[in-house]
Design a protein around this ligand. Structure first.
Ligand SMILES: [Zn+2]
Length: 200
């Protein structure tokens, strides 16, 4: 367990680190932080970028600030917004809003991409289904033309009321299931059934 002395030492170390950080930030803003306004531009430099805050810290989300005197621009990281806030609270508030909006947008994009991936899985399963279903169809009618009886499983898929399978699975699953995973599950089950019927 940390002693009181340890705790005080840790607090001192934290404070020193903050002082060091804020000093670097102020130096990065020419010791006139009040003159650097937020341009409204926030960028995601990506998870593995070499982007840096003007304090020297590596950052991912970069907020562009502009010196109203010289027109120079530099970037702040999200941690430094907290320190910058003391000088330009309205700008810092806007930065926080923009960051929240950016994160929300990125989450929506990720979600949409996942939905597309799930749909692609359904389409791939349905393609295999369609090919097998056509084979079952061809097998059955070839038997009928040759006056042969189809095996029960083949007949059932093509002609029975209970075991009948549509030629195309997509329209069926779209009307039956809400979740893509349930659609895939149903299609895969029928694929296995047709493989058995065809003795593949
Ligand atoms: Zn910084």
């Amino acid at each position: 367990m940390a002693t009181l002395f340890d705790q005080i030492e840790n607090q001192i170390a934290d404070t020193q680190s903050t002082v060091h950080h804020v000093t670097a930030l102020l130096a990065g803003l020419d010791n006139r932080p009040q003159d650097w306004e937020y341009t409204g531009n926030v960028y995601d430099s990506g998870p593995y970028s070499n982007a840096e805050c003007c304090c020297g810290h590596p950052i991912r989300y970069m907020f562009e600030v502009k010196d109203t005197k010289s027109g120079c621009t530099t970037n702040l990281g999200s941690t430094c917004i907290d320190h910058y806030k003391a000088y330009r609270p309205c700008d810092a508030e806007l930065m926080e809003k923009h960051l929240a909006a950016l994160l929300e947008k990125q989450a929506a994009v990720r979600k949409a991409a996942q939905a597309v991936a799930r749909q692609e899985k359904v389409i791939a399963a349905a393609e295999r289904y369609k090919a097998l279903r056509q084979q079952v169809e061809d097998r059955h009618w070839a038997n009928r033309r040759a006056s042969r009886r189809s095996p029960y499983d083949v007949w059932a898929i093509v002609e029975s009321c209970r075991g009948f399978l549509p030629l195309d699975a997509l329209a069926y699953v779209e009307h039956t299931y809400v979740r893509a995973c349930d659609s895939v599950k149903w299609i895969e089950k029928q694929v296995a059934r047709m493989e058995r019927a065809l003795e593949l």
